[in-house]
Ligand binder design. Structure first.
Ligand SMILES: [Zn+2]
Ligand SMILES: [Zn+2]
Ligand SMILES: [Zn+2]
Length: 284
């Protein structure tokens, strides 16, 4: 089954709409892989991860069809990952939804609250909401895929942002943004898995956290730098969680890091880590 990166930028996109920094100026000049939409993913044609402001644009740019979608997994409520108003267009009068078509949105409590607050009747949109319990595997009915949400180190004290494992045909994808260094319980949990594709948050590029963390200053609390991504890869390898053919991908980049696609490849290439871009497709 094909896993696609539909968008690869942090919240404001790259180039950012009003930004005159060198990284945005160069991205506008170069185009191609240096143009990055807000992050989201799709597995096959029925399972989608995150629904941000660029989901519609991704559909157009990559020639996708969202009509077959059955399950939408949302990582957290930040606006670059969750725009529930965009689901309004499933309503009668805006789209002809095939009879029996149904979409289940999975997420945390804040994601469910924003969905309910945005729409007076979600059943009129031919969808329902399922609250994810961390570490509990959920079969995504009708797709052959199962999902497990687990706590990311991100968001705020009152929101438990999620990362996901998606398993199909005995092969597993880890969607690891937005997050910093996971809690011990998550590392212990991940140590029991064999991961075939890992996509990790690489928001801040070469900018490690201020050195207050001493030797571990690359350990992000909400996001990772490039060095943090390497550290995550090394820790997962140490715990035996990476399959021999694992494709490890850095994604969710901010222009504030300043490294364009070529610069990111120059850093990650020798580490055997791939650099995500809009439209990247990986056979799981
Ligand atoms: Zn984000
Ligand atoms: Zn910029
Ligand atoms: Zn976020």
């Amino acid at each position: 089954m094909l896993f696609r990166i539909l968008g690869s930028a942090a919240a404001e996109g790259w180039p950012a709409p009003f930004c005159v920094c060198d990284a945005c100026r160069l991205a506008r000049q170069r185009g191609g892989k240096d143009i990055r939409r807000r992050t989201s993913y799709q597995l096959g044609d029925q399972v989608h991860v995150d629904w941000g402001p660029d989901s519609y644009h991704s559909m157009i740019a990559l020639g996708l069809d969202y009509a077959p979608l059955r399950h939408l997994l949302v990582t957290h409520s930040h606006q670059d990952h969750w725009c529930p108003q965009e689901l309004y267009w499933r309503r009668k009068g805006f789209s002809q939804i095939p009879a029996g078509s149904w979409l289940t949105v999975h997420g945390n409590a804040q994601v469910g609250q924003l969905l309910g607050g945005e729409h007076d009747s979600i059943s009129a949109l031919a969808l329902d909401f399922h609250l994810i319990e961390p570490f509990v595997e959920v079969p995504l009915e009708g797709t052959g895929v199962s999902a497990v949400g687990f706590p990311a180190s991100h968001a705020s004290d009152d929101e438990m942002a999620l990362n996901y494992l998606l398993t199909v045909g005995g092969r597993t994808v880890l969607v690891g943004n937005d997050t910093g260094w996971w809690e011990d319980a998550v590392w212990d949990f991940l140590g029991d898995w064999e991961l075939h594709v890992v996509v990790m948050d690489s928001t801040s590029g070469p900018l490690d956290r201020p050195a207050t963390g001493g030797a571990n200053s690359w350990i992000g609390t909400h996001h990772f730098s490039c060095r943090g991504v390497v550290a995550v890869r090394d820790e997962l390898a140490k715990r035996g969680a990476l399959a021999p053919d694992c494709r490890f991908v850095a994604n969710h980049f901010s222009h504030n890091g300043g490294w364009l696609h070529d610069d990111l490849e120059a850093f990650f290439g020798p580490e055997g880590i791939l650099v995500g871009y809009d439209g990247m497709a990986i056979e799981v």
